[in-house]
Design a protein around this ligand. Structure first.
Ligand code: AP5
Length: 224
């Protein structure tokens, strides 16, 4: 967990490579549903565009479907979920139902001025969903993905406009940040200072997880 732009997506992608388990980002899943025009997507769009939380029923439905997919059986990294107490309690029930439990909850702390700076430069690849920080150097000169074969143009998220980002930060403070206490009480919370270069944050994150997870190269499968 962490505020918008604190680096959850960037660091989750790095954990995927290291631990060989999938990243499950409710933001990515919801954007996918919007792009495909599904029923969930149609109902989620207005809340996302205005920087509000999507209703729990939709988010929980999406998470339930995703956790049932085969690649989640060995473990997963939740990115941006849960985001309020009701979601955290529903997650607990879902995990109990599949005989799993959270190993750790990592809270990323970043100064809000830095967050505004990061988000204004964020671009992502419409094909592989990798996140970059590379604003166009000139109008019409959109940066391209260097990871996909046909190098598609990177895109800016519609909810990354500054006033919407400020609303997302307010929603985070009101709805999501209080979950830190919930997970601290459960003994799961690891807080890291994520206001540092990407590599350094990864090192701190791996350090925070060292007691609970083994890398994919190890013989022992990581716990959920
Ligand atoms: P979501 O997509 O989850 O957005 P978010 O939580 O607001 O987080 P972001 O994706 O903006 O930031 P991030 O922390 O992943 O940072 P990133 O790594 O990209 O949710 C979008 C919307 O969907 C919500 O507003 C809501 O409407 C809905 N939604 C989602 N989940 C929901 C839920 N559970 N319940 C209800 N509604 C839900 O990094 C940001 C930028 O900074 C990038 O450009 C990156 O390259 C750069 N960067 C990263 N790390 C560093 C670093 N260390 N130094 C410098 N730059 C860095």
């Amino acid at each position: 967990m962490g505020a918008p732009g604190s680096g959850k997506g960037t660091q989750s992608q790095r954990l995927v490579q290291r631990f060989g388990i999938p990243q499950i980002s409710t933001g990515d899943l919801l954007r996918g549903a919007v792009a495909r025009g599904t029923d969930y997507g149609k109902r989620a769009k207005a809340a996302m565009d205005s920087g509000q939380l999507v209703v729990d029923e939709i988010v929980l439905g999406i998470i339930r479907e995703r956790l049932a997919e085969r690649d989640a059986a060995r473990g997963f990294i939740l990115d941006g979920f849960p985001r309020n107490l009701a979601q955290a309690q529903a997650l607990q029930k879902m995990l109990t139902g599949i005989g799993a439990a959270l190993d750790a909850v990592v809270l990323f702390e970043v100064d809000y001025d830095e967050i505004i700076k990061r988000i204004s430069g964020r671009r992502s690849c419409p094909q592989c969903a990798r996140v970059f920080n590379s604003p166009a150097s000139a109008p019409g000169d959109a940066p391209r993905c260097d990871q996909c074969a046909d190098h598609p143009r990177l895109a800016q998220r519609p909810d990354d406009e500054e006033s919407t980002v400020r609303r997302r930060l307010e929603v985070y403070e009101r709805e999501t940040r209080p979950l830190a206490q919930f997970y601290a009480a459960a003994g799961l919370l690891r807080t890291i200072d994520a206001d540092a270069p990407v590599e350094e944050v990864t090192a701190r994150l791996i350090g925070a997880l060292s007691s609970v997870a083994a890398p994919a190269v190890s013989c022992s499968a990581p716990k959920t």
